[in-house]
Design a protein around this ligand. Structure first.
Ligand SMILES: [Fe+2]
Ligand SMILES: [Fe+2]
Length: 341
């Protein structure tokens, strides 16, 4: 039995293989590359699916049943893999069916966020960036077309997953960011795009940290002093990842600012720079509120609680030691009371 002795501790530094996520492989689609499983008991990679074959629904269920989330490809197949991911994103986002669209947007976010570390050529990088823009456009369109902010919020709670992933959290923050920005009176497409794009990639630096840290952070679990110190590096690491891959070509300064400053706060005790109130930038302040709301939505866990309730909770909890911009929270609350801003 192939799963016997299978553990999740995999050696990602092995030179010949590259780890991918099971979520990235859609069932019943012809694959252009081989897929391997890692067996730690024998420290061996075994062939699981051959190129020109498909991952069947049965196989997918079996992998899920065995709690296997990581698969492997040969590093030499990276270009083929990236092409596969890009074409999946395009076909997912072209879905017209409203119900399917929600699922498609979720899957597209997983594919985009998971593929960031895989970008190996200029062509892939441009494609990745285009995919980010496509996805954020879909998110913005959906929200702009909704007349009432509260209704838009209810819609995005469909994106919530019981077990949060970095991609899922990023998608929620991207959509919430657009809702918050619109409630504050922003309607310029460029601003909304920067907010949606910035929200999508704000935590991309978490992907460069040990997986346990992102998991603990998203689940709001207690962390050791060392883990907290590592966590505080994620904004800078995010900027590094984006600058390296995008070469500043399409990522705007505002997007990079969102990534760098989304954990700064009004009291001046945020990280990584501990900026003072008058040094805080406008768009990162919006994303920091969206980020907080996203984490609250998760811990409440139902998607049944109104945005108004969450904002009131944040305002009450932060008290006089202001973390989030109180004025922004007040305007947001007001717009929720009076429908569309
Ligand atoms: Fe973050
Ligand atoms: Fe976040």
């Amino acid at each position: 039995m192939i799963f016997e002795g299978y553990r999740q501790e995999v050696n990602s530094f092995d030179s010949k293989y590259k780890q991918i996520q099971l979520l990235d492989i859609l069932p019943n689609q012809i694959l252009a590359f081989d897929i391997y499983l890692y067996l730690p008991a024998n420290d061996k990679y075994v062939h699981y699916i051959r190129a020109h074959d498909v991952l069947t629904n049965d196989q997918l269920q079996r992998l899920k049943f065995n709690k296997i989330k990581e698969l492997f490809i040969l590093k030499s197949d990276l270009e083929k893999y990236n092409d596969y991911v890009s074409s999946n994103i395009r076909s997912l986002l072209s879905t017209e069916d409203g119900k399917l669209k929600k699922q498609a947007v979720k899957s597209a976010a997983e594919l985009i966020i998971n593929s960031v570390e895989m970008l190996s050529s200029d062509g892939n990088i441009i494609e990745w960036n285009n995919n980010c823009i496509e996805l954020t456009k879909t998110v913005i369109d959906d929200i702009v077309q909704t007349d009432d902010i509260s209704v838009a919020y209810d819609k995005i709670s469909d994106y919530l997953s019981a077990t949060p992933t970095l991609a899922n959290h990023s998608l929620i923050v991207s959509s919430l960011g657009v809702i918050v920005a619109m409630s504050l009176g922003n309607s310029a497409p460029r601003t909304l795009t920067e907010i949606a794009y910035g929200g999508l990639v704000h935590d991309i630096g978490l992907g460069s940290l040990p997986a346990k840290i992102a998991e603990k952070y998203l689940n709001r679990e207690e962390m050791s002093v060392v883990e907290i110190a590592l966590l505080k590096e994620h904004p800078r690491k995010g900027v590094n990842v984006l600058q390296k891959i995008i070469k500043s070509r399409n990522i705007t300064d505002n997007v990079l600012k969102i990534v760098l400053e989304h954990h700064e706060n009004v009291s001046g005790h945020g990280y990584p720079q501990g900026l003072a109130f008058d040094e805080l930038s406008y768009l990162p302040k919006i994303i920091s509120i969206a980020d907080k709301v996203a984490l609250e939505m998760l811990s409440i866990g139902t998607g049944e609680i109104s945005l108004r309730y969450i904002i009131l909770k944040i305002m009450r909890e932060q008290g006089p030691k202001e973390i989030f911009d109180q004025k922004m929270l007040r305007v947001l609350l007001e717009s929720l009371s009076h429908g569309r801003a």
